[in-house]
Design a protein around this ligand. Sequence first.
Ligand SMILES: Cc1cc2nc3c(=O)[nH]c(=O)nc-3n(C[C@H](O)[C@H](O)[C@H](O)COP(=O)(O)OP(=O)(O)OC[C@H]3O[C@@H](n4cnc5c(N)ncnc54)[C@H](O)[C@@H]3O)c2cc1C
Length: 386
Amino acid sequence: MPSSVIVAGAGIVGAALAYFLSARGIRVELFDEEAPAAQASGAADGAVSVASKRPGAMMTTALAGIALYRKLARDGVFADLFKPRSTFLVAASDAECEVLEAHCAALSGAGVRVTKIDRATVAEKFRVLSPDVGMAAEVHDEGHAIGYQIVHGLLRASGIAVRRREKVQRILVSSDGTCVKGVATAKGEYTADAVIIASGLGSADLLGLSGTLIPRKGQLLVTERAPALNGRMPGAMMSCRYLLSKGSQKGRPAPARGLALVVDPLRTGQFLIGGTREDHGDRRTNDLDAVSKILADAVALIPGLVDVRLLRCFAGARTAVVDGLPIIGRVGSFGNLFVATGFEGDGICLGPVSAESVVAMVCGEKPALNLDPFTPSRFPKLRIAA
Ligand SMILES: Cc1cc2nc3c(=O)[nH]c(=O)nc-3n(C[C@H](O)[C@H](O)[C@H](O)COP(=O)(O)OP(=O)(O)OC[C@H]3O[C@@H](n4cnc5c(N)ncnc54)[C@H](O)[C@@H]3O)c2cc1C
């Protein structure tokens, strides 16, 4: 077992790595080029959800991810940070109903508790929804968490001070080239028994992954508090167009700029409404075209939102991988260099559980998750910035 580990990146993955490492008594140096949750983890919707995952490894890992959130909520680490709730997948057109039927079958096959709801029952029980909704499905036992709150919860529990505004520039390799010794920043060199790269989009420079990691922008909206309407929403409402936009369906590629609708009733009485999937990384701006389309979609699905004012908009850049799966595991032939990145729109759900398994790997144990589908070795061009 290593006695010290360097982690590059203090998003949700880096913070969770720090938490699980320090829980084993391992000394952690955690670096961030900006600040904790400064990038995707601070700009996420926060669905801790299997509802939109692709069948296969992503669904299985998401189920484990939700279970870990429940455990950490019980243990107090995520006390009051995880809101258990269902997700309702809603279909408005025949094409969406077809997608929903197929997706429900995939979810049930993976052991997810799903209840299909026909048009008449939707109209009777979910009066907040537009009468155009033809079918819905309740995905039970899910939840919601605000990414930056989870990052701070993990860091608080680990007791680690992040080295802020200290970018990892290079990875230091031993003279015989068999293992890594540590990292270099503008402030100097740091050594440790193992190094883990959890730098989101910044992982591309450190591991020669440009072209493999792709920035995927998302724009999100937050409304004012509307407790009466919020109280009538039994969970998050996710349009089946979200599945199409995300490419969650086998054989259906994601469009270059997807507009997909999720309306999440927050504990505060507000609504979080998302969002876009755009193949670029400008995370500083919102555009009126996207915002007005998201709002129009939201009001079309939940007509009562027409009386609720928009409070703010924000954007973030997800770290997507060309083949749609995250990159998690040991890097190349180095026994003590690891990576956990490329979680795209799923890292709030998958980040902590993946970090737990990476820590097991770093400690020479068999990880609880099957990480084989996510192995870095599927990208043979991966090279470290030494
Ligand atoms: C709009 C939007 C909506 C989303 N909605 C959801 C959702 O509903 N559910 C869900 O599960 N996920 C969602 N996600 C995805 C989720 O936010 C990400 O997958 C997750 O936050 C990734 O965490 P990370 O730690 O890998 O990366 P990041 O949060 O990007 O963290 C990487 C960190 O590394 C730092 N860094 C970069 N380079 C270096 C370097 N060289 N040295 C040191 N530090 C460095 C950065 O400053 C950053 O703080 C959403 C994302 C966006 C943008």
